[in-house]
Ligand binder design. Sequence first.
Ligand SMILES: Cc1ncc(COP(=O)(O)O)c(C=O)c1O
Length: 405
Amino acid sequence: MNTSEMIRSEMTPVISAGWQGDALLPVYKQPSTVIVGGEGSYLVSAEGKRYLDFTAGIAVNALGYGDPDLAGAIRAALDTGLIHTSNLYRTLPVAELASWLVAHSFADRVFFCNSGAEANEGAFKFARRWARENGGADKYEIVAFRHSFHGRTFGALAATDRPGYQEPFRPLMPGVHFVEPGDVEGFDAVVSAERTAAVIIEPIQAEGGVVPVPPEFLAHIREVCDRNGVLLIFDEVQVGLGRTGNLWGHEATGVTPDLMTLAKPIAGGLPMGAVLLTERVAAAIRPGDHATTFGGGPLVASAALAVCRKIGSPDFLADIRRKGDLIADVLGALALQRDEIVSVRGSGLIWGIETSTDAAPAIAAAFEAGLLLVGAGPRVIRLLPPLNISDEDLRAGLTTIAEVL
Ligand SMILES: Cc1ncc(COP(=O)(O)O)c(C=O)c1O
């Protein structure tokens, strides 16, 4: 019996005795299927059905399920006896992880936290702290973009262009302005040297439909930020760490931010977020300005080091780009055959298939056929397979997509 068969045999009586899932707050739409194990790029249900996972825990499980290097790093970390120490004390894995991120990015400093929303909250606080020191108390506004997604906490939600998510919870963090990506005049009109602390943008708008922001527009944002003493934050929570085939999503654009937020894949499924900053911004931050109890613990940092080292190797990244080319060929050909496909776009292992009608029935049909997909807005099917998916599994998933569309 392998591990997932063992778990399944233990779970089956529990499930047949009456599943207790009703005690969960019903904020998520979930199928009744219960997941009891994972192997490679597959999730396994209590009934023993295998689902090829093109969601990877919404871009989190970059190394799929049961990766031996990740599991080994977690086991070795547990052997030290340290799961958590609090940020009252230093630990080696956390220091090493910060050094790795600094050595592999534009940044000079790193702040660790626990999620994407928390990373963006931290970035807003660091930007406001910097702006107060470099402009005064009125310099606190944030410029964000239409179709953006930055998280569900009050600050991150204020910068998230989803009126339906915002309305029930107003008032949110004040001082956020939205601009359509690509709208140069609109952007120039809203940025103010006296009032704007920071601009936040995803180099590829992932939840917004897997839409890359044109590099020329990012370059314009960079130039306007520099001219007005405004900080530029890239939210790479979803596209950072290899997803696009480059280590960072912004690499292909040639534009560098002042701060970058990361989360989803960084610790291979354990919760971790990070804010990467240049020294210019970090110089404004004082002890006590910001903190978190759990952020950057030794266990998650050990897992993250294993993930970062594996994904950051040039061969691993080249292989993601190669798989991206394979997807581009298959989906490009499919789009020519099917009228219901409006466009396909993406790079590496993040792709969006825009459909002319609601994407939900195709996603539901794929689920029945054993393929997990997630939407990005009502008419986009998003593909986010594990970054180490085999060509065989990748092709199998693409074949199922062709069948259900
Ligand atoms: C670009 C981006 N930023 C922030 C978040 C929020 O991350 P979390 O759910 O970890 O708070 C997400 C989540 O989907 C995201 O895609």
